[in-house]
Design a protein around this ligand. Structure first.
Ligand SMILES: [Zn+2]
Length: 105
């Protein structure tokens, strides 16, 4: 095989280089999986639900009012950014804003 290339394309990558490459892919995969999983939970559009089924204010317990969507970026442990779009809600009584899906933790 005669393959003359000007660029060096790791013909003999070191173990460390391979590990770095694998880590990068794992981090990207992790970010992708995280994004998929959290976006899945968001598929329930609570803003169209009756009041009784909407998320409630953590302070006073009143059903939240949907205030459109907001995008957040979260950092994974691998250093990748995960983009999350969430329905943002505010309490009509105390005016506090929530991302209901993040209220559990
Ligand atoms: Zn409230």
């Amino acid at each position: 095989m005669k393959a003359k290339k000007n660029k060096k394309e790791h013909p003999h990558a070191t173990w460390a280089e391979i590990e770095v490459a694998v880590d990068e892919q794992i981090n990207q995969l992790r970010a992708q999986l995280l994004q998929d999983m959290v976006q899945m939970g968001e598929s329930e559009q609570w803003k169209q639900k009756p009041e009784a089924e909407r998320p409630r204010c953590a302070t006073c317990g009143k059903p939240l009012v949907a205030r459109g969507e907001q995008t957040r970026y979260l950092q994974t442990t691998g250093g990748e950014a995960v983009k999350l779009t969430r329905t943002y809600g505010t309490c009509p009584a105390c005016g506090v804003g929530f991302f209901p899906a993040f209220m559990k933790s």
